[in-house]
Design a binder for this molecule. Sequence first.
Ligand code: URA
Length: 430
Amino acid sequence: MPNVALRSETDWDGWRQATRALVLASVPPSEVTWSVVGPATDLPSGTGSFTVSRALVALASLAIQARDQDRFGLLYGLVWRANAGDNPLASETDPDLLLARRLAFAVRAEAHRMRTHVRFLATEDRLLGWYAPAHFVLEANAQLLARRFPKAMFSLITPDGSAHWDGAELRFGTGLRQPEDDDTLLAWWNAHGAAVLDEATIGTSVPEAEDLDEAPRPPDRPAIGPVVLALATDPGLRTAVRQAVTCQRCALHIPATQTVFGEGPAGAAAMFIGEQPGDQEDIIGRPFVGPAGQLLDRAMEEAGIDRRTIYITNAVKHFKFAPRGTRRIHQSPSPEEIQICRFWLDVERVHLRLKLLVLMGASGARAVLGRPVAVTRERGRPFRLEDGQLAFITVHPSYLLRIPDEASKAREYQAFVRDLAMVRDLMEGG
Ligand code: URA
């Protein structure tokens, strides 16, 4: 079974070459696996030629930028069928076509969102911006920005990689996980910017999101590798973050988009531990950024906790879900999965050595205590772990989101804020 190893998440050229060779050698989609980096088998050498409609190429060139692990095979299937005379574009209800269109639409929307949301800081020689795009749209957006503002030198940083325009050349380099604020982004740039620029390589040309109706320009070569750097000042933790990117300790990594590691400053006042990344966290690659995270943000603010001063993570670092149609339905991790992933939680605990652990919900509590925990009975009072570290159990914010009755929801939310106010006092040493 051929395995095609693309050179990067946006290796449009590699995907096109492989697709061409596989179709010509009559290799059906079910017999091909696709990966990024990883081991590759030699591509078969087929002879002859075939053409693909411009509309299908345009669709594929956008959808390939989606953060969806099955997209390469999906798009190969569309080309395969078109070549076999079963044109998927002929049916508006074709499920594969609908899926590819959904991906292309999401890419275009995200490219636009990134362009309108990224804020640039002025440094001595360039504009510096950071953003975490939900899809792989950095290259396309950097090309567009460079074309629109040819004289503005900029560096656009994302967790997947960074783009650097110096007025003549667009180069791509290492990315950065979320900085806590503008000052830490600037400090990171001052410390590492020269090295990042030094290692950056000349850019590729990927199809831009606005070009859906134009013939896409073929890219020269890929740019962004999978390297992700944590801002953590602790070098051990930074190494762990890198290693966790390829974690295969349990089967949850297979359907998940990516490992979602904890984040926060090294000298944080507390470590908050949830269950596992949700749908949005899985796509964006950061913990607690979806609905539960937003509720937590609000409750923290009301309790007087600044989220930028805490480290936040999960018991399990991959999203566990059951597919239902186009939706991915959350599934709780098993005790075994929590136990296996405890490896990474222990790494975080050992490297950060924070004085207080806040265990949110049954999975977060189980991960630390190693036993089933009745959260409602044990919540709301600090206690010491065997090693003397202070811990505090409270409910998980997702629990509050699931309460159907508004009055009970409001009551439970207030109880959660009261718990967090106690956590604040503990953080302040009270
Ligand atoms: N729920 C969690 O436990 N963690 C997240 O990161 C998001 C939702």
